[in-house]
Design a protein around this ligand. Structure first.
Ligand SMILES: [Zn+2]
Length: 168
C-alpha cells in the first residue's frame, strides 16, 4: 500500500480484502482498466508468482506519474486477496463467492470470514466488491509461467518487441 501511495495512487481495501490503488482518468465516465495480481503464493511457487504482476503494475503507475501521462480511462492497480485459496478476492469481484465459503476454516485456523476482517475487508458487505459487467474495460495480469513446459522447450511467448499506437 505504501508503494502504491508513493506512485500517487488513491489506495483502499475493498470489502473482500483486495488492495486497490486508483488513478483517475480524464473521462470519469469510462470503465476502469485494471491490472495487478496476488502476493500470496503456494509451496514452490517461486519468488515471482504473483509478485511480478503486482510490482509490474505499480511500476506502470509510477511511470505514468513520472512522465505526466494522462489516460482517458481510470486505472486500478490491484492486489487480489486469497488468490491461491481461490475463494475470495477475484471471486468477490466476479460476484461468485460460493455459499458457505465464509465459514470455511483455512489452515491459518481462521475462518475465511475472519481472514477477510484481518486484512481490512468487511465480509458483511462482500457484495460491494462485485464489479458489474461493463464496469471494467479490461483486466491485464502479468504472470510467470508455472508449468515449466514452455521453459523446457525453449519457447518464448509474450515477448513484446513493438506495439502499434493508432491515433485517429
Ligand atoms: Zn500466481
Amino acid at each position: 500500500m505504501s508503494l502504491m501511495r508513493e506512485a500517487g495512487l488513491e489506495v483502499r481495501i475493498d470489502a473482500a480484502g483486495n488492495i486497490i490503488g486508483r488513478r483517475a482518468g480524464t473521462d470519469p465516465g469510462l470503465p476502469v482498466i485494471m491490472t495487478g495480481s496476488h502476493i500470496d503464493s503456494v509451496p514452490q511457487g517461486g519468488n515471482f508468482d504473483g509478485d511480478v504482476g503486482v510490482i509490474g503494475a505499480i511500476e506502470v503507475a509510477e511511470l505514468l506519474r513520472e512522465h505526466g501521462i494522462a489516460t482517458r480511462h481510470p486505472f486500478e492497480f490491484v492486489v487480489f486477496t486469497d488468490e491461491e485459496g481461490g475463494v475470495v478476492g477475484s471471486q468477490a469481484m466476479a460476484g461468485r463467492v460460493g455459499p458457505g465459503t465464509l465459514d470455511v476454516v483455512s489452515h491459518s485456523g481462521l475462518t475465511v470470514r475472519d481472514g477477510i476482517r484481518t486484512v481490512g475487508g468487511d465480509p458483511a458487505r462482500l457484495a460491494e466488491a462485485h464489479r458489474a459487467p461493463g464496469t471494467l474495460a479490461a483486466v491485464v495480469e502479468l504472470h510467470i509461467e508455472q508449468g515449466a513446459v514452455l521453459d523446457e522447450t525453449g519457447t518464448d511467448i509474450g515477448v513484446v518487441e513493438g506495439i502499434v499506437g493508432i491515433r485517429w
